[in-house]
Ligand binder design. Structure first.
Ligand code: G4P
Length: 527
């Protein structure tokens, strides 16, 4: 194996999926702690806001207890380089989450041990299914009075349609939670109280059926465990790496994120089993991560991450080769070469200039308006990565200014916020309306607040009778011209300059579709 392939093989790029409140933030924090990326746990939310304290919309995020931003965290662990992509948890941001999941190679699913499978997890699993993404499972909150965990595994298997292979099993729960037992190594890992904010001591007992285990846990607990373990072994699947990599089986781990236990026991396996960077489709060819020539795609754009810099960052997943500082990249969509001297990374939670980054890693490019979600960058090759769609919004509002003189700022703000992909802007061809489309209601509030904070414009929303939007295409220029003439009333361009049909009602849409069968009305837009 070449040295480059060996380096790529050390990368682990993943995201966490969970229902809100299951413990994603707490786990993220403990992962960073284990990776020595932060000194003291209890600071992930604080750290983010520390950097963005003056940004009120972050405060809104906190107030609502949701995570609007997608950030990238990189940390070394046991000779591996782990990249964790934070996925927004709120259901209004499903599109954003979807696109983030196109940039990972595997996911960690976090389940609340008391609640089991919740609906948001079901939806996110559906997204993972589209690519057979390999899934690790962590069942959290063992320090609470949780459900019978055999039931929870049954629920995961029946609802999420994936085979469960428990690797560890909890010893007790709630106040009586003592740690986990590794079913494969016959090792007991004991929870250490009072170590929530440091890398916890690794206290183990080799062998469940031993005097040492009985002395530590009590004979009753050990006998009960021996019986339970037999039951679990008999009733569950044995772990199989191939099935895991095919997305058909998930290894399951138990613990408590709050008390900082069980995560290391999982992470040690994660860095071994989780896939290294996988190949990506780019039209008619498959790009291998070990190819020497650089390529990558943009999965996320975020405005004003740092209020002091007022910049916009385009997040790029590197799919092959090496980014090195100052290199020239081909912007595929524009067919233009650009020189990138100042890409950023998120190592140890801080944005620092990177000299080099390779397949599987994420870099941030400063975007001055030329980069869109889905854009491909290469080292000269003319290709585009596929599978990073926009979804047609279902909710629409007309945006009005309180101060009409601020039209320029409003347009700029809306344009930039729509580039991030959380919301979409439509400008009708035959009037000056600005129509905002979103997948969820909350996005309207976010836009309003961010316009106020970041662009100093006050806007109000007005209802508008738009029911849905479709991107339109047609190969036959004559028919397309006829369509455009007849439908001028309902046509608009979106933030990316694409022609869109804005349908006042579903019925109108289907009538128009019937009238112009040659025109394609698409509910998603590939880039
Ligand atoms: P999320 O990002 O998935 O939404 O979840 P988050 O980590 O914010 O956790 C949600 C709540 O669950 C938090 O409590 C958190 O402290 C708690 N929690 C996380 N892991 C565990 C665990 O292992 N055991 C127990 N008992 N609780 C856990 P909160 O009261 O909503 O917030 P906070 O005031 O503690 O920050």
């Amino acid at each position: 194996m070449s040295q480059f392939a060996e380096e790529v093989g050390k990368r682990r790029t993943f995201g966490i999926i969970s229902h809100p409140d299951a413990g994603k933030t707490t786990i993220t924090e403990k992962l960073l702690l284990l990776g020595n990326a932060i000194q003291l746990a209890g600071t992930v939310k604080g750290k983010k806001t520390g950097r963005m304290a003056t940004s009120d919309w972050m405060k809104m995020e906190q107030d609502r207890g949701i995570s609007i931003t997608t950030s990238v965290m990189q940390f070394p662990y046991k000779d591996r380089m782990v990249n964790l992509l934070d996925t927004p948890g709120h259901e209004d941001f499903s599109e954003d989450t979807y696109r983030t999941l196109t940039a990972v190679d595997s996911v960690l699913m976090v389940i609340d041990g008391a609640k089991g499978v919740e609906d948001r997890t079901v939806k996110l699993m559906d997204v993972c299914r589209l690519r057979d993404t390999p899934i690790f499972t962590f069942i959290n909150k063992m320090d609470r009075e949780v459900r019978d965990q055999i039931d929870v595994l049954d629920e995961i298997e029946s609802v999420l349609k994936i085979k469960c292979a428990p690797i560890t099993w909890p010893i007790g729960m709630g106040k009586a939670f003592r740690g986990v037992y590794n079913l494969y190594t016959d090792t007991i890992h004991l929870i250490q109280p009072g170590q929530a904010s440091i890398v916890p001591d690794d206290v183990q007992i080799q062998g469940l059926n031993t005097d040492e285990a009985r002395a530590e846990l009590g004979a009753d607990v050990v006998e009960e465990m021996i019986e339970e373990v037999e039951l679990v072994r008999g009733g569950s699947y044995e772990f199989n790496l191939e099935e895991y990599l095919a997305g058909e089986m998930t290894p399951v781990f138990f613990g408590t994120a709050l008390a900082n236990f069980g995560i290391r026991e999982m992470l040690n396996y994660f860095v071994e089993w989780a896939p290294a960077p996988i190949s990506r489709e780019a039209g008619d060819r498959t790009v291998l991560p070990t190819e020497e020539k650089f390529s990558g795609f943009i999965f996320k754009i975020q405005a004003n991450m740092d209020p002091k810099h007022r910049d916009r960052i385009a997040f790029m997943r590197i799919c092959s080769g090496t980014y090195s500082r100052g290199m020239k990249m081909r912007h595929s969509r524009l067919g233009k070469d650009i020189k990138v001297a100042d890409a950023v990374t998120f190592l140890a939670g801080d944005r620092t200039n990177v000299e080099e980054a390779i397949s599987g890693e994420i870099i941030g490019l400063h975007n001055h308006g030329t980069i869109q979600i889905g854009d491909t960058f290469t080292q000269g090759e003319d290709m585009r990565f596929t599978g990073i769609p926009h979804f047609a919004p279902e909710l629409f509002k007309r945006v009005r200014l309180k101060d009409p003189l601020k039209m320029k700022q409003l347009q700029k703000g809306l344009q930039q916020l729509s580039e991030e992909g959380a919301t979409q802007l439509f400008m009708p061809l035959n009037n000056n309306d600005l129509i905002l489309g979103a997948v969820g209601v909350l996005q309207f509030d976010v836009v309003q607040q961010r316009l106020r904070d970041e662009y100093k414009v006050e806007c109000i929303y007005e209802p508008i009778s738009v029911s849905t939007a479709r991107w339109v295409y047609c190969d036959d220029e004559k028919i397309f011209a006829e369509f455009k003439r007849k439908s001028a009333e309902n046509l608009a361009v979106d933030g990316g300059g694409h022609l869109t049909y804005i349908a006042p009602t579903r019925v109108n849409l289907s009538l128009t579709q019937d009238r112009f069968p040659e025109v394609e009305f698409s509910a998603t837009r590939e880039h």
